[in-house]
Write a protein of this length. Sequence first.
Length: 272
Amino acid sequence: MDIKDLNRSQLIMLALLLSFVTSIATGITTVTLMQQAPQSVTVPINNVIRETVEKIVPVPGKNTVQTIIVKEEDLVVDAIAKNQSAIFSVTKEVTDLEGKVIEVSAGQGFVVSSDGVVVADASLVPGGQVYFVKNSSGKFKAEFIKQDASLKKGFAFLKIGAPLDEKDKLAFTLPIFGDLSKMKAGQKVLVLGSAILSFIFDGNKDLNLNITKSNGGSLVLDLDGEVLGIGLSNDLSSFASVSSILESLKSAVEVPNDTPTEEKPAGQTSTL
């Protein structure tokens, strides 16, 4: 068959075959010549090959660059784990229709100071009642300190007191406080209450959260695990920023605590 009679596909296959045969022949010839060549020729060639391989293959003891892909779900898990011990379930004593004193849920709350002050939903935590708070370290009495003076912000403060069981020792991690003004539209916000909710921040600093009574006092945070504020179940406001909480806390009436505690910065574990 004349090469002129070959079509395009056949010409490509022929070129590949010739290239394959040529590469095999070149390899055989190179190996043969290297075996027959004197040491003065082979040593420099081997040194060049060794240097090239060391640049391509990581050598023990030398720095290497590794790309790590972080999934969003991993950030969510870490954010929750950082703040888990700071969250307390709140209960209160009420009198039922039969005149019996029973304990009912009053939502959630989270610590905002190293001496055990908890912020909670004021619509669920009014003054003049007996309160208890509970986290993984145990269950404790809690005393009402004050409601936010503006009333519109809708949060109140409780001070953690003595444990109900003498074996329990209060332990919690003070959250790291974030800044809502630095949030950008499109970032994810988490709401940690009796259920875990999430939504995309739209740029509006007045967060409009749909908080039920069971989620009242929930912790609102970003994906870095930094606290942005509290979720509220009242009709006036569904969110109060952490900056307004800390500002109000400065004027809160101090309630004596049975055990003195050492001041610790946010993010560190405190025990009372």
